[in-house]
Design a protein around this ligand. Sequence first.
Ligand SMILES: *[C@@H]1O[C@H](CO)[C@@H](O)[C@H](O)[C@H]1NC(C)=O
Ligand SMILES: *[C@@H]1O[C@H](CO)[C@@H](O)[C@H](O)[C@H]1NC(C)=O
Length: 283
Amino acid sequence: MELFSIKLLFCVVFCCVVHVALTVKGLKWVRVNVPQFRVPGETAILHCDYDLGGDALYAVKWYKEHEEFYRFVPKATPQANSYKVEGVHVDMSKSDSKKVSLHSVGWKTSGLFRCEVSAEAPSFASAQSEARMEVVSLPQEDPVITGVEIQYQIGDEINLNCTSGRSYPASILHWYINEQQVVTPSSLIRYPHTHHKHGLISVTLGLRFTLSSRHFLGGSMRVKCVASVSPELWRGDRESVVQSMAVKDMREALLLATVLSGLVSDNSSTKEDPAFHIQEHPE
Ligand SMILES: *[C@@H]1O[C@H](CO)[C@@H](O)[C@H](O)[C@H]1NC(C)=O
Ligand SMILES: *[C@@H]1O[C@H](CO)[C@@H](O)[C@H](O)[C@H]1NC(C)=O
């Protein structure tokens, strides 16, 4: 069986060259259509479309990162076979010469999927196409702000960290002061991502700024960290047709700094610097 496929492979390679040189008939194209993103537990249907151009189909083979997991050969008995590949669970009853259905996808399912189509004699032509599918895990927790001191004064340096919940792909973090996104590069400190089990990632973004009275609107300041997972941003420019799934998830953590009682900030003749305290979970 194995020897037969090796011989056949030689023949496919050799005859394919001849085929291209002698004729433009036969297998024209192969194109995969794979969902770009899936959430764990979902089903993913991977399509393989092709134009045999009058040739008879010999085989359709599916690979994940070079490991074959499904083969459909019309003349074989049984016609369809699946092979064990980590993270790939083929639903045989819903798979055929044009598609494979993967049930309950998980983080190990993410990867590059390739469909290879070959024609029967006399052409033995073969062609393939590939595309990535990523299994997305949204964070289960809100981001956490750390580094908060009990009390601050005007002129103090504020040094905070915001750490996202674990997700895949990595969350994108943004800091806001009074609803204005912090964009000044010197105020933002990027740390290397932390990699956890199951391919999950958490991200830390630092915020550093000097507290000034202009940060206090009506006696308080709101510092917020927003984490989002938006895999749409990942859209690559592969040739294969991809479906995109709009997964968007936003989570936030808020700090509210208020003037300590007894100090009146609108008295311009006040010489003492007012002090502020920060609430971690306002409301
Ligand atoms: C922020 O996190 C980084 C990386 O974990 C750490 O080195 C740094 O000390 C933290 N800073 C604060 C203010 O917590
Ligand atoms: C402002 O503060 C000074 C003391 O620092 C006090 O004498 C004065 O009455 C205050 N003015 C107002 C409008 O509160």
